[in-house]
Design a protein around this ligand. Sequence first.
Ligand code: 13P
Length: 247
Amino acid sequence: MSRRMLVVGNWKMNGLRAQLADVEAIGAVAAEHPAVEVGLCLPATLITAAADKAGVAFIGAQDCHQKANGAHTGCLSAAMLKEAGATQVIVGHSERRTDQHESSADVAAKALAAKAEGLQVILCLGESLETRDAGEALPFVLNQLAESLPQGAAADWLSIAYEPIWAIGTGRIPTMEQIAEMHGGIRGKLAELAGAEVAAGMRVLYGGSVNAENAAEIFALEDVDGGLVGGASLTAAKFGPVIAAAS
Ligand code: 13P
């Protein structure tokens, strides 16, 4: 089954209105590469303004609450993000699993809350350096997948992002063999959990220090269907070559 490449920028806690010019420029690059689905997951404060500027690129959010509404000070529901202009949302990023103590059960619930509002979901997985060094990366990530995968997972609304924590923002990436092993393992586990058809259609992205220099090699791997990109997604000058590498 052919899977359309998906390249998503995660701006994390970066971006003020002045950076809407970068959103517009990235949208223009995306228009040059129609074979690639391109998006930017932005701080929620920028979503509405960015949705007007992004052109063919979609605008997404970086998290949503698992509940539809209620007494959850500072949190945003999937309906709020959708109304603001988001069409996708990241759930389970390692920075939130660590900083906000989100469990895999929380992550699965967030994914379902987003799906209920018609948002597409990018579900993140990844091991720590200790786990990698202990030789436990593959079983750890596959267990995290089993615990985080929402009921009814399907390729038309869910993508997976493998992001080794030790590769995020460090300039270090796994070897191509390590990435290939993990992505193949994730696809095999998806087949076991959700069926062969879902596994064949679901996009599995790589994230962690993706940049203009390494993107082509990573994206050429058979089970890598695109990337989730942090630092190198903040400007069109940096993100453009990553998008082009997927095309
Ligand atoms: P970097 O590309 O900055 O390493 O960040 C990766 C990431 O965490 C994207 O979600």
